[in-house]
Ligand binder design. Structure first.
Ligand code: PEP
Ligand code: MG
Length: 296
């Protein structure tokens, strides 16, 4: 469906589904076969596999996670994987093995800084040596990136950018943590504002840090698939947008009718405004002028 909708690859392949609705854990072999199947379907297009992001709002029964007062800030995602290294390394080996069959890249969720990133990269090195010992082939150039979805990662993005091959901005969590808005709490959902000037500044900071270091910057949070934000994201310099298949045609239509340097100029002015409401008002007016046939 993604290919039919015009996708040029997979920007966020969530792997949690492999762990859901079962009692045991998926084996390396099962994971390898799943990733291989998907990458073969996408041919020369990249498949970006995100390593396990359990915890927070995503739970499974077979891993007995302790009940936490505040799971969004608890033992989740990369933190859980660095605690349960065998599960983590097994998944990395499966991803590496699949990389022989297509254009696979891997990214870690919830990286908070360079120390944690280096720990995760060390596990990748171990997985590589184990496969070499087993004489199993994999793409030695497989690109490894991180999701930037914690404000601390955005703040040290320049340091992180030197150690990875790409960034992918996870706005669902980045907005949650930057604005202190629980993403699943309906009582504060009115404060969940992608156009908050702090969020736009954070995105710009991440993009600039990535580009200064010569790496591409993608976005894979829901914000990337919302046509209202497409022109702004283009203006912020985003290299890739990842979204649900159903959003692709509309977002592509807007991108094709946009001029990147004009969007950049417009966004430069937008960033001077102090509230999300001001920014939204100006943005909608601009979009109605530029794309009268679209609805925002
Ligand atoms: C995000 O946080 O923006 C993201 C893409 O990941 P998830 O929604 O799975 O946390
Ligand atoms: Mg996330």
């Amino acid at each position: 469906m993604a290919l039919r909708s015009g996708a040029d690859g997979v920007g966020l392949y969530r792997t949690e589904f492999l762990y859901l609705n079962r009692r045991d854990l998926p084996s390396e072999e099962e994971q390898f076969r799943t990733y291989r199947l998907v990458t073969e379907k996408f041919g020369r297009h990249p498949l970006t596999v995100r390593t396990l992001d359990l915890g927070g709002d995503k739970f499974v029964s077979q891993l007995e996670l302790a009940e936490e007062m505040n799971p969004a800030m608890g033992l989740r995602a990369i933190r859980f994987c660095l605690r349960e290294r065998d599960i983590f390394k097994q998944q990395i080996r499966a991803i590496l093995r699949a990389s022989s069959y297509g254009k696979v890249q891997m990214m870690f969720p919830m990286i908070s800084g360079v120390g944690e990133l280096r720990e995760a990269l060390a596990v990748v090195e171990e997985a590589r040596s184990e496969l070499k010992k087993r004489r199993i082939t994999f793409d030695r150039q497989m690109r490894v990136g991180i999701m930037v979805e914690i404000p601390s990662a955005a703040i040290v993005a320049d340091q992180l950018a030197r150690e990875v091959d790409f960034f992918s901005i996870g706005t669902n969590d980045l907005i949650q943590y930057a604005l202190a808005i629980d993403r699943v709490n309906e009582h504060v959902s009115y404060l969940y504002e992608p156009l908050h000037p702090a969020i736009l500044r954070l995105i710009r900071r991440i993009v600039d840090a990535g580009h200064d270091a010569g790496i591409p910057v993608a976005m894979c949070g829901e914000m990337a698939g919302e046509p209202l934000y497409t022109y702004v994201l283009l203006g912020l310099g985003m290299d890739e947008l990842s979204m649900n298949a159903t959003s692709i045609p509309r977002v592509k239509r807007i991108l094709r009718k946009s001029v990147a340097y004009e969007a950049r100029d417009f966004v430069g002015g937008l960033l001077a405004h102090p509230t999300a409401a001001d920014i939204a008002g100006i943005l909608v007016k601009k979009l109605e002028d530029l794309f009268p046939e679209e609805r925002f």
